[in-house]
Design a protein around this ligand. Structure first.
Ligand code: ADP
Length: 484
C-alpha cells in the first residue's frame, strides 16, 4: 500500500537531494493544523544548480522529435490517472480541498499533459511569398530555451502542468518553483515525470520558503528565457520589473475579481447551480471565482433564497472525510481576510443571509459558506478579491448599468453572465473587459481553450494552441541565391 513519505527531497537535475543549506520546513494540513511532511528548504544555490542542469539538458531536449516528447507527456498523464487516489490524498492533506475536488484537479492537471502531447506535433512554421525572384522566406518556430514556472497553492498540480505541458511539448526545459504551502503535489509530479522517462535535467522542482530570494535568482539569470507565473497581481508586478533586466519572455495569470451577472430572463436554477460551482470550487480560493454577484432586481429575492439554500446544505470539514464539500482555507491569514470583508460589509449596511462566521471547529482554518445581500460598491468585497466562500449579492436594474459596474475594476480575468437573450449574449461578450467569458457557464476552464486575463489580471494565455506560442520564438530565414 502507498504511504505518504514524511521526508521529501528536492528534484534537481534528475537527482533527489536535500537543500544545500541542509534546512527543512514543515508542510501543514489546514484542516487539522498538523504537520503532513517535511521538505528541504531550497535557496538560491539550489535554484542555480537546477538552472545549470536545465541549461545542460536544453539542446538535446530541443532536438528530441516532438512525437518522442509527446510520448513522455502521455505516459506521465497516464501515471497521474493511475495514481489519482494517492495524488488526490496528498493534495487534500496539504491544500485542504475536498477529496472529490482533488481527484477532479488531478484529471484536469493530466488533461494539459494529454493536450500538449498532441499539440507539440503541430508547431507549424510558414512560407511567405517573397518580393524578389531570387529569395524565399521561411518561418520556423523554435523552443525559447530554459524556462521557469512559479506556481500558487490553490491548484497545486494543475497550475504546474498547464505550464509544463506546453514547455516540454515545445522542447523547453523547465525549473519549477511551487508554492511553499503546497510543495508535495509538485514533488509527486516530479516522481511521475522521472518514471515516465523524462531525461535528467529537463525538469527540476525546487521548493523553499524564501520565495523572493528564489524568485530573484530565477529572474536575474540570463539563461532563463521565459518565466510563467500564476499568483497575485502584486507579485506579478515585481516579476515583470525584474524580467526587464534580462528581457525575458513572461506570461502572468494574476488576480481576478469576477462579476457574475444574472438577468431576469435567465434560467435561474441554472444560474444558481453555476454560481455555487464558481463560488465554492476550492472554497472560493480561485482567481476565476465569482466575486461580485449582480442580480437583476426582478429576480434578486428568488436568486438569494436559492443560493442560500444550496450553500446552507454544504458540509464543512476535513476534506478527507466522506460527504465533506467545503474544506478549510489555506492559512489563518486567509480566514482573517474573509472575515474582515464580511464585517466591513455588515458595518456598511449589508445583511448576512447565511454564515458570516467561523464554524465551531476546534482546529483548522475554516469559514462557513456565507451569503450577504444589500451589498454596494463601497464595501471591500466589491473592491478586492475575497478568496473565500462569500457570495456577495448586489441588485441591478439595467444592462448598461451592470456592464459599467462589472468593468469598473483594474482586474479582467473571468466574467460570467446568465441570460436567454442571444443579442445580449453578444453585446456583453463584446463589452465586458475580460479575457474569459462564461455565457450561461460558470466553469469555462479546459485544456483546449485559451485561459488568461486582460488589464491587471495578466499577460499571455495558457492552454490551447495559443498557450504553446508562449514557449516558442519565431525565426525567419531569408534564403537567397535561388535563381540559376
Ligand atoms: P497567493 O496570494 O496566491 O499566495 P503569491 O503571489 O503570494 O500568491 O504566490 C504565488 C507564488 O509566487 C508562490 O509560489 C510564492 O511562493 C511566489 N512568490 C511570492 N512572492 C514572490 C516574490 N517576491 N518573487 C517570486 N516569487 C514569489
Amino acid at each position: 500500500m502507498w504511504e505518504l513519505a514524511d521526508r521529501y527531497q528536492l528534484f534537481v537535475g534528475g537527482e533527489w537531494k536535500d537543500a544545500a543549506s541542509g534546512e527543512r520546513f514543515d508542510v501543514i494540513n489546514p484542516a487539522t493544523e498538523e504537520v503532513v511532511a517535511t521538505v528541504p528548504n531550497a535557496g538560491p544555490k539550489d535554484i542555480q544548480e537546477a538552472i545549470d542542469k536545465a541549461a545542460a539538458a536544453q539542446v538535446a531536449w530541443a532536438e528530441t522529435v516532438a512525437a518522442e516528447r509527446g510520448k513522455i507527456l502521455s505516459r506521465a498523464a497516464a501515471l497521474m490517472h493511475e495514481r489519482v487516489e494517492d495524488l488526490a490524498r496528498v493534495m487534500t492533506l496539504e491544500e485542504g480541498k475536498p477529496l472529490a475536488e482533488s481527484r477532479g484537479e488531478i484529471a484536469y492537471a493530466a488533461s494539459f499533459l494529454e493536450w500538449f502531447a498532441e499539440e507539440g506535433r503541430r508547431i507549424y512554421g510558414d512560407t511567405i511569398p517573397s518580393s524578389s525572384p531570387n529569395k524565399r522566406i521561411l518561418v520556423l518556430k523554435r523552443p525559447v530555451g530554459v524556462t521557469a514556472a512559479i506556481t500558487p497553492w490553490n491548484f497545486p498540480a494543475a497550475m504546474i502542468t498547464r505550464k509544463l505541458g506546453p514547455a516540454l511539448a515545445a522542447g523547453c526545459t523547465m525549473v519549477i518553483k511551487p508554492s511553499e504551502l503546497t510543495p508535495l503535489s509538485a514533488l509527486e509530479i516530479a516522481k511521475i515525470l522521472e518514471e515516465a522517462g523524462l531525461p535528467k535535467g529537463v525538469v527540476s522542482v525546487v521548493v523553499g520558503t524564501d520565495a523572493p530570494a528564489i524568485g530573484q535568482e530565477i529572474m536575474r539569470d540570463f539563461r532563463v528565457r521565459k518565466v510563467s507565473f500564476t499568483g497575485s497581481t502584486e507579485v506579478g508586478k515585481i516579476l515583470m520589473r525584474q524580467a526587464a533586466d534580462t528581457m525575458k519572455k513572461v506570461s502572468f495569470e494574476l488576480g481576478g475579481h469576477a462579476p457574475f451577472i444574472v438577468f431576469g430572463d435567465a434560467d435561474i436554477d441554472a444560474a444558481v447551480e453555476n454560481a455555487v460551482a464558481s463560488k465554492m470550487r476550492g472554497m472560493g480560493e480561485t482567481c476565476v471565482s465569482a466575486n461580485r454577484i449582480y442580480v437583476q432586481r426582478s429576480v434578486v429575492e428568488e436568486f438569494t433564497a436559492k443560493m442560500s439554500e444550496r450553500l446552507g446544505r454544504m458540509q464543512v470539514g476535513n476534506g478527507l472525510e466522506e460527504g465533506i464539500t467545503v474544506g478549510p482555507l489555506i492559512e489563518p491569514a486567509a480566514v482573517e481576510k474573509v472575515d474582515r470583508h464580511v464585517q466591513d460589509a455588515v458595518a456598511k449596511g449589508a445583511t448576512i443571509v447565511l454564515g458570516g462566521q467561523r464554524p465551531a471547529a476546534s482546529k483548522g482554518y475554516f469559514y462557513a459558506p456565507t451569503v450577504i445581500s444589500g451589498v454596494n460598491e463601497k464595501m471591500l468585497v466589491m473592491q478586492e478579491e475575497t478568496f473565500g466562500p462569500v457570495a456577495a449579492i448586489v441588485p441591478f436594474d439595467d444592462e448598461d448599468e451592470v456592464i459599467a459596474k462589472a468593468n469598473n475594476t483594474r482586474y479582467g480575468l473571468a466574467a460570467y453572465y446568465f441570460t436567454r437573450d442571444i443579442g445580449r449574449v453578444f453585446r456583453l461578450a463584446e463589452q465586458l473587459e475580460y479575457g474569459i467569458l462564461g455565457a450561461n457557464d460558470g466553469m469555462p476552464s479546459t485544456a483546449q481553450a485559451p485561459f488568461g486575463g486582460v488589464k491587471e489580471s495578466g499577460l499571455g494565455r495558457e492552454g490551447s494552441k495559443y498557450g504553446i506560442e508562449e514557449y516558442v520564438d519565431i525565426k525567419y530565414i531569408s534564403l537567397g541565391g535561388i535563381q540559376k
